[in-house]
Design a protein around this ligand. Structure first.
Ligand code: AP5
Length: 207
């Protein structure tokens, strides 16, 4: 099954795509993770993308479309995948339609209050990569699992979260109408608890 997870920053696209990959084997194709990996490696693509990401802006379409085209050509993407964070503009959706058939677009719906609460408190271990919420940590600098340093994503600063939400409304939300027209769109409300969100997502996907 070829799936798109659509939704605002912090909706849980990455969280649920990772679980779907672990449980059902569909590779998670996250453009955000791919771009951050390029930044960490210091590649030309990463250098070009960093300023946009840190400012909460979208990386130019041609950069992201090229990256996804290459990724979708990999052997593991031939028997289903979950696109997490792509497409994010109508141009990206049109380019994707030329590359591959999509079976379902799942719109993860979330309120602004939930987004601010989740992303404002997100801390990531620089060593083991685990994700925590600051409100559930005794020390929000040190990973309780491995002792590594906890970091906050540059784009998780409160003012940048608000800007990412504006960018989402202006550039990505039009995709809801775009996919409604194709008949592929399903929606799930994901403000609540992660376990229930995942069950609702599986129900909507029919798997
Ligand atoms: P990307 O990495 O895709 O970030 P995002 O979508 O803006 O935001 P998140 O990854 O934070 O959201 P998510 O929905 O995946 O939520 P998550 O599961 O992480 O993109 C970053 C940047 O890269 C963009 O701003 C842009 O610059 C660039 N970019 C990427 N793709 C692009 C594209 N196609 N075109 C152009 N530019 C692109 O969850 C968030 C937090 O909430 C986590 O801490 C999680 O643990 C927690 N959480 C999730 N669900 C629950 C729950 N039910 N209860 C409690 N906590 C929860």
């Amino acid at each position: 099954m070829n799936i798109i997870f659509l939704g605002a920053p912090g909706a849980g696209k990455g969280t649920h795509a990772a679980r779907l990959m672990a449980e059902k084997g569909f590779p998670q194709i996250s453009t955000g993770d791919m771009l951050r990996q390029n930044i960490a490696e210091g590649s030309a693509l990463g250098l070009a993308a960093k300023g946009y990401i840190d400012a909460g802006e979208l990386v130019p379409d041609e950069v992201v479309i090229g990256m996804v085209r290459e990724r979708l050509a990999q052997p593991d993407a031939q028997n289903g995948f979950v696109l997490d964070g792509f497409p994010r503009t109508v141009s990206q959706a049109v380019a994707l339609e030329e590359l591959v058939r999509i079976d379902v677009v799942l719109n993860l719906k979330v309120t602004q209050q939930t987004v601010l609460e989740r992303l404002g408190g997100r801390r990531i271990c620089a060593a083991c990569g685990k994700v925590f919420h600051a409100s559930r940590l005794q020390d929000d600098q040190v990973c309780p699992l491995c002792g590594g340093q906890l970091i906050q994503r540059a784009d998780d600063k409160p003012e940048t979260i608000l800007h990412r939400l504006e960018v989402y409304r202006e550039q990505t939300e039009p995709l809801i109408a775009h996919y409604q027209k194709t008949g592929l769109l399903k929606s799930v409300q994901v403000d609540g608890e992660a376990e229930k969100n995942y069950r609702d997502i599986m129900k909507a996907l029919g798997i």
